[in-house]
Design a protein around this ligand. Structure first.
Ligand code: NAP
Length: 353
């Protein structure tokens, strides 16, 4: 008996001749039929097949069963598409990311300076107080989400020798040149490096990540399975609808200083004014109140990190100051003109009088 595969149906041709059978909805059993009409009883469908010299058995496969080769292969492929992501630094942003990663079916483990065991239990994340235990779990990806200021100390304290020989290191720091250089200096050559910056946070990305930018730079990613692993990690953001922006770390820092740092600075400045909602809020004012709320939710460490670890930040702060001075000069210059005009007009009127 020879077997031929036809669009999901197993066709068995009996060399001795005879009729053909097709089974749908029931597997494993066979039915013999010589009927030429089609019928369906208890899930069986007899296909109208002409009698021929050779016997043809058509066995249509129904839903895949767990013991099938196909099912096992599918299951394996599903498992292979899932990553074991180890998050180091389980603060505000680490938790925010973990939520979505878990939701996508990846295994997430975490390690942090503080104890997040009970929170992790609720979130479906395995928490490791001991960093050696964390590394011995051999995550595919180690995701660094510590404060910018503590990153170097945390990275240098990791027992890298306990990790898999090829591990993908990812950072989500809001500055990019600094972690890139640090990773290149500290991590062994076999480790891959992906620098990312999700340009949103727990406030701005609360509901959906759709259209929010994810900046990334594949600083050092091997080929083949290593590139696939990196791609699978990036897919986490793609699936959430992020706008994927590939850009060098240096370019990121230039853009970020004039956008992100200015946003945080203005938000924090306005925060110091303790602005309050009024019954006659304009849309513009509402935007300012939102800005204050968005930026004040972040730690001061984060803001300080934006300033300290982005070489373009100081220049932006100076530009901001100059712009404010220029605006003040413009206002007072106009005011002086009005006063001067009044003084001279009064003066000339008095003389004439
Ligand atoms: P953060 O204040 O920048 O960082 C808090 C995290 O750093 C916590 O996990 C904390 O650990 C850890 N940490 C702080 N000091 C430490 C130290 N001395 N030793 C060890 N760990 C230390 O706040 P975040 O918002 O969670 O940000 C985390 C990272 O994500 C930062 O690099 C930030 O630039 C980046 N990021 C944040 C946002 C955002 O909107 N928040 C957006 C994009 C990127 P414990 O909690 O265990 O104390």
């Amino acid at each position: 008996m020879e077997a031929v595969r036809l669009q999901g149906a197993r066709v068995l041709r009996d060399a001795q001749g005879g009729d053909a059978r097709a089974l749908l909805g029931s597997r494993g059993s066979s039915s013999s039929s010589s009927s030429s009409s089609s019928s369906s009883t208890s899930g069986r469908v007899r296909l109208p097949l002409r009698r021929s010299k050779s016997r043809l058995s058509v066995v249509a496969l129904d839903a895949a069963q767990p013991f099938d080769y196909e099912s096992r292969r599918m299951e394996q492929m599903h498992k292979e598409s899932k990553l074991k992501v180890g998050i180091v630094g389980f603060g505000n942003f680490g938790q925010f990311l973990a939520q979505r990663i878990v939701k996508q079916g990846h295994a997430v483990l975490a390690h942090s300076r503080s104890d997040y065991s009970s929170l992790c239990d609720e979130m479906g994340v395995s928490f490791f107080r001991d960093v050696d235990d964390f590394c011995e779990e051999h995550p595919d990806v180690v995701l660094l989400s510590t404060s910018i200021l503590s990153t170097e100390a945390v990275l240098r304290s990791l027992p890298l020798q306990r990790l898999k020989r090829s591990t993908l290191f990812v950072d989500v720091l809001s500055v990019k040149e600094f972690p890139k250089t640090l990773f290149q200096q500290v991590l062994p050559a076999e480790f891959d490096i992906l620098c990312t910056h999700p340009m949103f946070g727990p406030e701005s990305g609360r509901g959906s990540w759709n259209s929010l930018p994810l900046v990334y730079d594949k600083v050092r990613v091997g080929s083949g399975v290593r590139d696939e692993r990196c791609q699978r990690f990036l897919e986490i953001f793609e699936r959430e609808g992020c706008r994927m922006v590939e850009m060098s770390c240096a370019e990121h820092d230039r853009f970020a200083a004039s956008s992100q740092f200015i946003t945080h600075t203005v938000g924090r400045m306005l925060g110091k004014l303790e602005l309050e909602s009024t019954p006659i809020n304009t849309k513009g004012y509402e935007t300012l109140l939102d800005l204050v709320q968005n930026t004040q939710g972040d730690s001061f460490d984060l803001y300080y990190g934006l300033f300290m670890y982005n070489i373009n930040a100081t220049e932006e702060l100076e530009r901001l100051e100059l712009a404010f001075d220029a605006l003040k000069k413009q206002l007072f210059g106009k005011l002086h003109n009005v006063l001067r005009k009044q003084l001279f007009d009064v003066g000339s009127a008095a003389t004439n009088h």
